[in-house]
Design a protein around this ligand. Structure first.
Ligand SMILES: *Cc1c(COP(=O)(O)O)cnc(C)c1O
Length: 427
């Protein structure tokens, strides 16, 4: 290539940087996601920046993983300090970081013990193994018969066992055969749970608010009733708080809203401070006691880098009272969205800063709303076609919420005229 040709190619490339990055991803990656057409290069607090330096308000927080905002200086310092000292050892040895992390995690959640993993799915897999072994060794369920109940609409990750109890056709399609030993009951229906329990039931696994199902909040008192039923039938209550945990819904755990303590708990997402994948399964003493050396593990689980970042994230959560903040800002966000009184909004629901806005599909798809928001400098993602998710970093300010709500109003207005055009076209 001549110098001139190269310069021309380079300048064409500079003019098309986003298209290039997207094209490369499309050409070489698996197409298991359908991202919005934006290429992000930087994040700071509640903001993300694309290749052209354009700023976006992050109203999604990587599915609630970035509760503290992007690149929080204190967490970045914890990460880089620890990375320079000792990052990965495996659990073949002790490190000075794991104990303090687990101690704080147990204290803040009120659980007896914690087992660190990396992804949320791994934490849920750990919960399943613990529940089954507890059923055989403590409850006396005959070998191979342990039964676990999940809620319809659940989302617990993407492993083959986990998608096996999903009720979402696409998550399962083509991935069977699935592990036996699971059944599902309607979410929010405590009587259905009680009816489904058999002498072989080891556990009921449930999200206090279903995130991926579209921010589905169960009736008040549901978790309390589930707690009573599980205790009565000697069934473990396992709460999957990978998404709802660590302040997101306005309390440290979403379970705290109903004053209940589960027997098993999964955490992930925000536990890594928005910097690393860090997850954990937590449980009461006799459940965690089922794990003996060699039963279960993970090369990276509990590594000193993750432990240092996880501990720093928990300290920040506590010191900055981010749960309280999520509560206050969440109330404000929902109130402001409610004030729009737009006919296309058929429901606004959630707790704390986990909010779902249901869009009437006759008006527009949630995806179209998200694309409109992107043009307005707001990033969010639709879930289940009709719900726009608003789950910003917990450090978001009121003025930023105002900016987002005003953008929602403008986007709905713009879509209104499109909807009208469509109407006249079809007439
Ligand atoms: C995201 C999520 C998971 C899975 O977490 P990964 O880190 O993606 O494996 C599990 N449970 C719930 C409730 C989640 O929202």
């Amino acid at each position: 290539m001549t110098t001139a040709a190269r310069a021309a190619a380079l300048s064409a490339r500079a003019a098309q940087p986003q298209a290039d990055a997207i094209a490369l991803e499309n050409r070489h990656g698996a197409h298991n996601y359908h991202p919005l057409p934006v290429v992000l290069t930087r994040g700071k607090g509640v903001y993300l920046f694309d290749e052209d330096g354009r700023r976006y308000l992050d109203m999604m927080s990587a599915y609630s993983a970035v509760s503290f905002g992007h690149s929080h200086p204190e967490l970045v310092a914890a990460l880089t300090d620890q990375a320079g000292k000792l990052a990965i050892t495996s659990r073949a040895f002790h490190t000075d970081r794991l104990g303090p992390f687990l101690e704080l995690l147990c204290r803040m959640t009120g659980m007896d013990r914690a087992l660190p993993m990396n992804s949320g799915a791994e934490a849920v897999e750990t919960a399943i193994k613990a529940a089954r072994k507890w059923a055989y060794k403590v409850k006396g369920v005959p070998e191979g018969q342990a039964h676990i109940i999940a809620a319809q609409g659940n989302f617990a990750g993407r492993t083959t066992t986990i998608v096996g109890f999903s009720t979402e056709a696409q998550y399962r399609d083509g991935f069977g055969p699935f592990a036996p030993g699971f059944s599902t009951v309607p979410f929010g229906d405590a009587d259905a749970l009680e009816a489904a329990i058999t002498p072989n039931t080891a556990a009921f696994i449930v999200e206090p608010i279903q995130g991926e199902a579209g921010i589905v909040v169960p009736p008040a008192g549901y978790l309390k009733k589930v707690r009573e039923i599980c205790t009565k039938h000697n069934v473990l209550m396992i709460c999957d708080e990978v998404q709802t945990g660590l302040g997101r819904t306005g309390r440290i755990l979403a379970c705290d809203h109903e004053g209940i303590r589960p027997d098993g708990l999964t955490l992930g997402k925000a536990l890594g401070g928005g910097l690393l994948p860090v997850s954990a399964f937590l449980a009461r003493e006799d459940v965690m006691a089922q794990f003996t050396p060699g039963d279960h593990g993970s090369t990276f689980g509990g590594n000193p880098l993750s432990a240092a970042v996880g501990e720093a994230a928990l300290k920040l959560l506590e010191r900055e009272q981010l749960a309280r903040r999520a509560h206050d800002q969440g109330e404000y966000l929902m109130a402001q969205l409610g004030k729009l009184h737009h006919p296309a909004i058929t429901d606004i629901r959630g707790k704390g800063l986990l909010v779902g806005v249901e869009i009437d599909p006759k008006f527009a798809s949630a995806r179209a709303v998200c694309e409109g928001l992107m043009a307005e400098g707001i990033l969010s993602k639709d879930t289940h076609g009709t719900v726009v998710r608003f789950a910003p970093p917990l450090v978001i300010e009121r003025e930023q919420i105002d900016f987002a709500v005003a953008a929602v109003q403008r986007v709905l207005k713009a879509l209104e005229s499109k909807a009208k055009v469509r109407e006249t076209e079809t007439v």
